[in-house]
Design a protein around this ligand. Structure first.
Ligand code: TRP
Length: 336
């Protein structure tokens, strides 16, 4: 039998999972588990690159673990980055194989350092600069074949490949395999309050719909979704209506989608009908996940044990890489 390919992806513990996160990453991660060996990391080291609250960070990690499991991520595929300190060890080694100039040119670094500059204390951490090097360590430490990421991460993945290449050249061995992006067809979910911007937490409360919100809140947010703003060119679908149709597709409601699209084309679509269909579809996903979450929350101890065990198991793979990397780079490799 052909060996299953490795998938690796990671997510930052930012608290509250919204439908943008769910359709943009999590739902896809769940599906990939049937076809690939998957490693999914919660990257708490990465969450320290910008100002943060230590207590909140730890809470967010446990929250996200529960939310991901409620969505269908198998606990044996999940790990917490800081429980596998070899990520940070490989990060240092990779610092020595990455170009400083390339790091300063990263789009995300430029955006986020600008944000930091505008903040009150005007502080830009070195972690923000070397963030993508740690990301390369996350990926290469497991010799991942594919990395499911959004387009905004392509530049970081390219850096991982550059690091792998430079490392391989320097040690004279094709040791690291070149990871590839797995760009699946992922629906782009926009804010219902402003369909010209991405659904995201940073824009404020009305710009995202929490997967675990009360049914009434979800319905209210969908009901107040912006449809026509009057500036859409004649004969074109407005961004808001387009977003509502995308949400129906993301929920796999293809039959309702097609029938409402037929109405739209005939000019007889009532937006309230479209909104009701979207709200029903989101509520049905939310209800399923909330039920799962309730069960998990009843037995948090088991969840903690599962994550400890899976991180320990996944760590063995990371330790093997570190041993081999030490051999190749001339670092001492002594067993204590
Ligand atoms: N940078 C990614 C993001 O912001 C998170 C991340 C960290 C990641 N390490 C990774 C994604 C490794 C894929 C693979 O979304």
């Amino acid at each position: 039998m052909e060996e299953r390919k490795q998938i690796l992806s990671c997510i930052q513990p930012t608290g509250n999972m919204h439908f943008g996160n769910y359709f943009g990453a999590v739902q896809n991660w769940v599906k990939l588990q049937t076809e690939y060996n998957c490693y999914y990391g919660i990257v708490d080291y990465h969450a320290m690159t910008m100002p943060y609250n230590p207590k909140k960070l730890r809470e967010n990690v446990w929250d996200l673990i529960i939310n991901l499991m409620a969505a269908g991520i198998r606990p044996e595929n999940l790990f917490v980055q800081s429980l596998i300190p070899e990520h940070a060890e490989l990060n240092w080694i990779f610092n020595c194989f990455s170009s400083h100039g390339q790091l300063t040119r990263m789009t995300q670094f430029k955006d986020k350092s600008q944000q930091s500059k505008e903040s009150s204390d005007n502080f830009i951490s070195t972690g923000l600069l070397t963030y993508p090097v740690l990301q390369a360590a996350d990926i290469l430490i497991y010799q991942a074949d594919y990395v499911p990421v959004g387009k905004d991460q392509i530049q970081h993945l390219e850096l991982s490949r550059n690091i792998a290449q430079r490392f391989n050249n320097q040690v004279g061995k094709e040791y690291f395999i070149m990871p590839e992006a797995l760009l699946t067809e992922i629906p782009k979910v926009m804010s219902t309050a402003d369909p010209t911007r991405k659904m995201s937490k940073s824009a404020g409360e009305k710009h995202y719909i929490n997967v675990f919100a009360e049914e009434a809140r979800i319905r209210k947010q969908v009901r107040s979704a912006v449809t026509d703003t009057g500036d859409t060119p004649e004969g074109e679908m407005s961004a808001g209506v387009h977003n509502l149709f995308s949400l129906l597709r993301a929920c796999d409601k293809h039959e309702i989608h097609d029938s409402l699209m037929g109405e739209y084309e005939k000019g007889s679509l009532r937006y309230s009908e479209l909104k009701d269909a979207v709200a029903d579809a989101l509520v049905s996903i939310s209800t399923r996940l909330r039920e799962n979450k309730e069960v998990l929350l009843k037995d948090k101890k088991t969840v903690k044990e599962q994550i400890k065990a899976s991180s320990a198991e996944i760590r063995k793979r990371a330790q093997q890489t570190i041993r081999e990397v030490k051999d190749l780079t001339g670092l001492l490799n002594v067993k204590f």
